[in-house]
Design a protein around this ligand. Structure first.
Ligand SMILES: Cc1ncc(COP(=O)(O)O)c(C=O)c1O
Length: 583
């Protein structure tokens, strides 16, 4: 067996893997051969055979009483699906757990059925223990709701480290990451140049509460890439949208805000509103608080409309045009799943606002520097010749650190303190480490980066569509540039244009799909109402892993029994509910 170990020096053993195999195979003898192979006894096999799984998905070897009986090699890619081999006494199914780690398999009796839709569950003992500890000291055990896996069930993975396209959890399981920290990690995790810049910055001190060079440079970079004249840095997307709305109200002297159902702008009181049952034109009946704790007074001035609905916008402006301070929209929604604006919709919003003296706020926290080098603006405004009055940014521009921003027209920004009377401030705003991470990330985010991510996104969209088609699962792949979502729609639904349609999906199918992907080492957003995010670090190995996992996940979705008479579960999506929102 030693010969194969030498052929694959890239594999890493690591004590976490050894511990994981020890836990799984109990008292079976366990040994590491060199740094590349692990040997376990096939406990479920009656013949006392041993088997050895090679690392990196490149080779495997089955051994009976110390003699190899079968050897396989996969020179370029991880094993596509469970490989079955018949030896004298046993049949073995080997699943890839990791391209760079170990392939761990199960030995099955001759008559056992190999069910490729159900790969073995990764061991999650250490995550489960941490989750139990966390629940004792933190509400729900997490610091942002969607991380708790509430929508999909199961044990949330506690991640210990991440590099490139991969996450590694505290049990030693490795996953290809399709969450990318809910968008920010455009270049992948632990990018060496970002890390170097951050370490250097941190070594000079982590916060001064004074102006610094990197914040000027980051502001210049943002202004250069986007249609804004001036920008103010803050620490979260929530702060950015909250401040933009205050500024819009200060500038116009008006109070009403218009937003769309299904668009999430952070947990700002006035934006955690949902459409009420009243008519759009009946202001007081219109919105209801999206969560307990938001006073009716905070959302009394918020009008919630269906997304992509030109008539609703027209009607509300006809009725209230001279009272509306601003309309805020996700530049291209990603928080009800990806629901792109219909062609010309953003332009219509911008022109309608201008006609009525209201400000148009385009929330690019998610799309900014992600769908293009500037954001959604390059996909519509720059082509159509209009621009938003204010924009908000976050995620990518922080390079994985808490940094966000809002900016816009010079005459509007001039009202912001200390230049003007509209108050806004922040102890850690423009933090030197965060701004260095953001600046380095943006400077590395070249056209090639976006071209690569766009291309990979198309490959994944195609692969997901064919796997679901093959398995007979009704679906809509909805995309906007390189961001996309898979909606597990009811039969006959061809596209998703708003929150009402998005929320009518089969979330039970998504759950089965999600867990199958997770078991196969692919970490999808743990909610059916989210975008899948790629990074430029997603290499062929990562893409192979995702593409190989899709057919089994699609079959798992197909096998989900239809809920008896239960209405489709929209509990995980909401304009207001952070459960259906990022982070
Ligand atoms: C479009 C949009 N706006 C605002 C926010 C809030 O950002 P943060 O979570 O940094 O407060 C988010 C978060 O996902 C978002 O997607």
């Amino acid at each position: 067996m030693g010969h194969t170990a030498h052929q694959h020096p890239t594999a890493t053993a690591g004590t976490a893997v050894a511990a994981m195999v020890e836990r799984r195979f109990g008292s079976c003898p366990l040994s590491l051969v060199g740094n590349s192979f692990i040997k376990v006894c096939g406990r479920t096999c009656t013949s006392h055979d041993e088997f050895v799984m090679g690392s990196a998905g490149l080779s495997w070897e089955v051994v009976q009483r110390q003699q190899p009986v079968a050897v396989g090699r996969h020179p370029t890619r991880a094993l596509q699906r469970p490989e079955r081999m018949t030896s004298d006494a046993c049949r073995y199914a080997v699943w890839p757990l990791s391209r760079t780690g170990f392939v761990v398999g199960s030995a099955l009796r001759d008559n056992d059925r190999v069910n490729p839709a159900r790969p073995p569950h990764p061991d999650t003992t250490a995550s489960a223990r941490l989750f139990a500890r966390a629940q004792a000291v933190t509400p729900g055990g997490v610091n942002s709701p969607v991380r708790s896996f509430n929508s999909v069930g199961g044990t949330p993975r506690f991640i210990e480290s991440a590099r490139g396209a991969y996450l590694r959890d505290v049990d030693g399981n490795e996953y290809v990451d399709l969450v990318c920290s809910w968008g920010p990690m455009l270049l992948g995790h632990a990018h060496p140049e970002v890390l170097a810049a951050v370490s250097e910055a941190a070594a000079r001190g982590t916060s001064y509460g004074t102006p610094t060079r990197p914040e000027v440079e980051l502001a210049e970079e943002i202004v250069d890439r986007t249609p804004i004249d001036q920008v103010r840095l803050v620490s979260s997307g929530t702060e950015a949208t909250m401040s933009a709305i205050r500024l819009a109200r200060g500038f116009t002297g008006r109070e009403l805000i218009v937003k769309f159902a299904g668009c999430y702008h952070g947990h700002v009181d006035s934006l955690l509103a949902e459409a009420g049952s009243g008519l759009a034109t009946l202001r007081d009946a219109h919105s209801v608080p999206g969560t307990p704790g938001v006073p009716a007074a905070s959302i009394a001035a918020t009008l919630v409309l269906p997304y992509n609905d030109v008539d609703a916008v027209r009607e509300v402006f006809a009725e209230h045009g001279d009272e509306i301070a601003c309309l805020i929209t996700e530049a291209a929604p990603g928080n009800m799943g990806v629901v792109p604006p219909q062609p010309g919709f953003n332009q219509f919003l911008s022109e309608t606002c201008a006609r009525h003296g209201a400000l148009f706020i385009s929330d690019e926290v998610m799309t900014g520097f992600r769908v293009t080098g500037s954001g959604q603006y390059a996909r519509d405004g720059a082509r159509e010749g209009w621009q938003p009055d204010l924009l908000t940014f976050g995620k990518v521009m922080g390079g994985g650190f808490p940094a966000a921003a809002f900016g816009g027209r010079r005459d509007v920004m001039a009202l912001l303190s200390p230049a003007g009377p509209v108050y806004q401030a922040g102890t850690l705003s423009g933090n030197p480490v965060a701004t260095t991470a953001g600046l380095t990330t943006l400077r590395l985010a070249t056209d090639d980066v976006y071209a690569k991510i766009d291309k990979m996104s198309l490959v994944l969209q195609d692969a997901a569509a064919s796997a679901l088609e093959e398995a007979g699962v009704p679906h809509v792949i909805s995309s906007n540039g390189n961001m996309f979502s898979v909606f597990f729609v009811e039969e006959g639904v061809m596209s998703v244009q708003n929150f009402e349609v998005a929320s009518r999906q089969r979330t039970d199918r998504f759950k089965a799909f999600f867990h199958s992907m997770l078991d196969q080492g692919v970490y999808l957003p743990p909610s059916a109402f989210e975008a899948w995010f790629l990074s430029s670090a997603h290499d062929d190995g990562a893409m192979d892993r995702i593409v190989s996992a899709l057919p089994a996940a699609a079959r798992a979705a197909a096998e989900t029994p239809a809920p008896a008479d239960a209405p489709p579960d929209a509990s995980t999506a909401s304009t207001a509910s952070p459960e259906g929102s990022s982070t």
